[in-house]
Design a binder for this molecule. Structure first.
Ligand SMILES: [Zn+2]
Ligand SMILES: [Zn+2]
Length: 148
């Protein structure tokens, strides 16, 4: 049984190559794709590598920027202020986080949509106006996950 990977199809929950549910390995770079073993990991890699590398890079950039923002704030205000302000600092990286969520959504797996949703819910809670695009993405994720 080959999984259907077109956009509006059901999300894949097992091995992305064959749909098997047991003994899965997680892709270490994007963390949103699973394989039943090295054979399917190798077989699927040519198809997966472009988006996988994009996600890995976007995630790394976001993490570095969030860490730098926290470090800067720790230097300026001391550790306690930094932990309180940490969440606000993340708001400066909204664009990076949104881009990461968008790239994760290119992968039609259940865990990918869940992960993207977590990022977007994070963004939605930030005190920033014009969050319409985020709300729209959240709504479409919820539909894909079968929730309303
Ligand atoms: Zn497989
Ligand atoms: Zn991957």
């Amino acid at each position: 049984m080959a999984p259907n990977t077109t956009e509006c199809s059901k999300l894949i929950t097992g091995c992305i190559a064959c749909g098997k549910q047991n003994g899965l390995l997680q892709c270490s770079q994007c963390k949103v794709v699973h394989f039943c073993g090295q054979e399917h990991q190798r077989k699927y890699w040519p198809e997966h590598k472009i988006v996988c590398k994009k996600i890995g890079k976007a995630r790394k950039e976001l993490e570095v920027k969030q860490k730098n923002a926290r470090d800067t704030m720790t230097d300026m205000m001391g550790i306690d202020a930094a932990s309180i302000m940490g969440r606000k600092a993340d708001g400066n990286h909204r664009r990076e986080q949104l881009r990461l969520a968008g790239q994760i959504l290119e992968i039609p797996t259940h865990v990918a949509v869940e992960t993207a949703l977590d990022h977007m819910i994070d963004l939605r809670n930030l005190p920033i106006s014009s969050n319409c695009d985020v709300l729209e993405m959240v709504a479409s994720c919820l539909i894909r996950l079968g929730r309303d």
